[in-house]
Design a protein around this ligand. Structure first.
Ligand SMILES: N[C@@H](CCC(=O)N[C@@H](CS)C(=O)NCC(=O)O)C(=O)O
Length: 185
């Protein structure tokens, strides 16, 4: 069975959410990070960078939440995805982790970055329920988890972005989200 390594209240919740969405059987191996279990040789053999999440799927090991999401989409998601569709998945997953997350969670640049990141997202969600249209996909897990971490971690007023707020609410009501990010597991 696929193993997800992480801890409570970590970015492993993002992968946890997607595994629940896909219905892939998995075991969540919770590391005691307070006790530095992620720095011990057993885990370093899986992720030498010593960060969570990581997965072990058969004899395949992978770390970095975005890479794991894309792998899971490829392996367990809807079949027949074109090269272009896969590239768009990568675009949004990389955007979530490399642009949206740092833009919002880095205090020094937040005032400048937040409007330019959330205004176009608000426009997208005022026209369609999900990032790629009417269908939920892996990119909603990537972007939606970053957005839903905002009220968990920061006190920011998002009322200028009502469609983003509605998107966050819709995602947070999904059963798979409730079992993962909402449970902070
Ligand atoms: N870009 C990485 C970030 C991973 C990361 O920073 N994980 C944190 C937990 S949320 C961690 O393992 N921290 C432990 C440490 O830095 O010692 C990803 O998305 O997987």
């Amino acid at each position: 069975m696929l193993k997800l390594y992480g801890s409570t209240s970590s970015r492993a919740s993002i992968v946890h959410w997607y595994l629940e969405e896909l219905g892939v059987p998995y075991e969540f191996v919770k590391l005691d990070m307070q006790a530095s279990e992620h720095l011990q040789p057993a885990y370093l053999a899986i992720n030498p960078i010593s960060k969570v999440p990581a997965i072990v799927d058969g004899d395949f090991q992978l770390w970095e939440s975005g890479a794991i999401l894309l792998y899971l989409a490829d392996k367990y998601g809807k079949t027949s995805v074109s090269t272009e569709e896969r590239a768009v998945f990568s675009q949004w997953v990389l955007f979530a982790n490399a642009t949206l997350g740092p833009g919002i969670f880095t205090e020094a640049s937040r005032d400048r970055e937040m409007p330019r990141l959330l205004t176009p997202l608000n426009e997208i969600f005022s026209k369609q329920p999900f990032l790629l249209g009417n269908e939920f996909s892996v990119v909603d897990v990537a972007v939606g988890s970053i957005l839903n971490y905002i009220p968990i971690m920061l006190k920011l007023d998002l009322n200028s972005y009502p469609a983003v707020l509605n998107y966050m609410k819709q995602l947070s009501e999904r059963p798979a989200f409730q079992k993962s990010i909402n449970g902070r597991a």
